[in-house]
Design a protein around this ligand. Structure first.
Ligand SMILES: Cc1cc2nc3c(=O)[nH]c(=O)nc-3n(C[C@H](O)[C@H](O)[C@H](O)COP(=O)(O)O)c2cc1C
Length: 357
């Protein structure tokens, strides 16, 4: 089921960008869990549109209405079902995209797959809007993980070629992650963050877009979580994160840079530290053989530049089967990266909780 994530905790997302509402059904949460709804709202606000000049001007309150699964504020064992209304829709912006697909968006492939019955408005089911319910589910899972001493947090590592200072992958702390998470622009070095913002605004001025990299950490995991081969921790995390629209690549630890290292440089020596087995370095990104090593899990997620740009682009007219030019209207993010940060945290949190339960 392509709209369902997880095995023991099943998160099913529904709706389209301009349907009456979007939402999520979360099955398998432990009973008696009392989610802190203020924390949930604060988490979802980090993804919400219209918060600054760096994101789309679409204004959505993103207020989750829980319609089942909680009794007196506690999970009762029935699936938690939440609906989020779509209120700020302007479907007129999208009519012609059905036959004149946007380059790099899912208009063409969706039209082929669904024989033209796909909902083109606002990107339909392929819209970044569908990450709002993902973040709702993720916010609940983050709270349950925190009860087990596990913290998940991400930083913007790069935007438009401007890099942030990464956290030390051996010594990531909950405080360090919370400090970044509390920022409206979640970077480690605010000066780098300022330069990234300038790159986004420059792209916006040029009616263009930029991409970037998000680095996500998970700490507090005991060694031994995961499976070899096809159900490894890397496999499961990558699969979940690729569900976020706009994700182009995922790597762990030293990632692709490992291909250019010697073994003597890349290997992480083991050592006993406070009576625990640790590694001196963390090029393995906390995962060996698909199984957690007890070191911080470190995952990089590459996000492409937003497909919808205002510059005229070459495309085709599927009615006339002729080449044509499209100029995209509507409201779009000049850079998806800042809003995708909580989405990555959410996908990681859901996956880790699902694997732990
Ligand atoms: C939070 C968020 C917001 C997004 N906003 C836009 C947008 O305004 N315009 C756009 O073209 N794509 C946007 N996207 C990405 C598209 O939904 C995505 O590129 C498209 O569905 C095609 O999927 P793919 O890039 O994974 O192949 C957004 C993604 C996320 C996570």
């Amino acid at each position: 089921m392509s709209n369902t994530l997880g095995e023991k905790i099943k998160v099913t997302i529904f709706g389209q960008s301009h349907s009456e509402a979007i939402g999520v059904v979360i099955d398998g949460l432990p009973s008696g869990f009392r989610p802190d709804m203020e924390e949930v709202a604060a988490f979802m606000a980090r993804r919400a549109p219209g918060l600054s000049e760096l994101s789309t001007s679409r204004r959505e309150e993103d207020k989750p209405q829980i319609i089942s699964g909680l009794v007196d504020g506690a999970t009762c064992g029935a699936p938690v079902c939440t609906v989020i209304n779509n209120s700020d829709v302007r479907s007129g912006d999208y009519g012609k995209l059905k036959t004149v697909p946007r380059p790099s968006h899912a208009d063409y492939t969706a039209m082929i797959k669904y024989s033209g019955y796909n909902d083109i408005r606002g990107g339909g089911q392929f819209s970044g809007r569908l990450t709002a319910p993902l973040c709702f589910a993720g916010a609940l899972c983050l709270q349950l993980l925190a009860e087990c001493g596990i913290t998940v947090g991400a930083q913007i590592l790069e935007i438009g070629g401007v890099g942030d200072l990464p956290l030390d992958p051996v010594r990531v702390s909950p405080e360090g992650l919370y400090a970044i998470r509390s920022k409206t622009f979640p970077v480690n070095d605010d000066t780098a963050g300022e330069k990234m913002r300038e790159e986004i605004l420059k792209a916006k001025q040029d009616m263009d877009s930029v991409g970037g990299i998000i680095r996500c950490y998970a700490i507090g995991l005991l060694p031994g979580l995961g499976e070899p081969m096809f159900h490894g921790l890397e496999n499961r995390l990558a699969s979940a994160v690729f569900g976020i629209p706009g994700v182009r690549g995922v790597s762990f630890g030293a990632g692709f840079a490992a291909a250019r290292m010697r073994g003597s440089e890349h290997n992480d020596p083991f050592e006993i530290n406070d009576g625990k087995v640790r590694t001196k370095t963390n090029n393995h990104g906390g995962i060996l053989g698909g199984i957690s090593s007890g070191m911080p899990v470190v995952m990089d997620v590459a996000i492409k530049p937003t497909a919808s740009i205002g510059i005229p682009q070459n495309t085709v007219d599927l009615n006339t089967m002729e080449n044509t030019v499209v100029t995209i209207g509507g409201r779009h993010d000049p850079c998806i990266v800042p809003r995708a940060v909580p989405c990555v945290e959410a996908a990681v949190a859901i996956t880790l909780l699902d694997m732990l339960i």
